[in-house]
Design a protein around this ligand. Sequence first.
Ligand SMILES: O=P(O)(O)OC[C@H]1O[C@H](OP(=O)(O)OP(=O)(O)O)[C@H](O)[C@@H]1O
Ligand SMILES: O=c1cc[nH]c(=O)[nH]1
Ligand SMILES: [Mg+2]
Length: 210
Amino acid sequence: MSRVQLTVVDHPLARARLSRMRDERTDNAAFRAALRELTQMLVYEATRDLEIAEEPITTPVTTTTGYRLAAPPLIVPVLRAGLGMADTAHGMLPESQMGFVGLARNEETFQPEAYMASLPESLVGRHVFVLDPMLATGGSLVHCCTLLTDRGATEITVLCTLAAPVGLERLEQSGLPLRVFTASVDQGLNDKAYIVPGLGDAGDRQFGAV
Ligand SMILES: O=P(O)(O)OC[C@H]1O[C@H](OP(=O)(O)OP(=O)(O)O)[C@H](O)[C@@H]1O
Ligand SMILES: O=c1cc[nH]c(=O)[nH]1
Ligand SMILES: [Mg+2]
């Protein structure tokens, strides 16, 4: 039985933003703007089923029932590329706390190398939203989500702009309890483990090459 629930957010507005991100002529600033706009759509879809709590409110006219999120999720961007999604997600989930995971994929072995983790000690009972634009081999997200389950998380939602089938399969094989929201499942990976057709290196496209 599958533990990964996949949702492809292929709304026309999402497709338009993703196309701008794919286009090699899009400069760093326009890429970041399109990523922020696409993040809004991913967050909107991924929060649809979150539990809400009721509270009485008084309008200028009468009293009625108001609503708020019962338990805002912990937001965890994966550095660098996930940073471009963080502020938008936080703006939509203003009561959320934020943790950080820093990973850089070794471009010869394609294995993620961890350089930082700033997370609450216990994630028992906390829903976590992981932000990373790219799911390629899946190594980075498996590493990140394992850090979360090691701290007790049992409910993890991953938001990414692009996913490769092999990366989704890797998540599935990991047995991690995940929901994945992506704007596209692309064709595959090239011999450098870049997503095809993809959009290139999401970190470099936002911040410049390192
Ligand atoms: O699924 P995988 O094969 O592990 O690849 C995906 C990872 O690659 C990118 O980060 P990268 O390692 O390039 O770091 P960066 O964000 O600093 O550019 C991306 O943001 C993911 O974290
Ligand atoms: O296509 C890819 C694959 C991994 N990381 C990226 O930023 N892009
Ligand atoms: Mg990169």
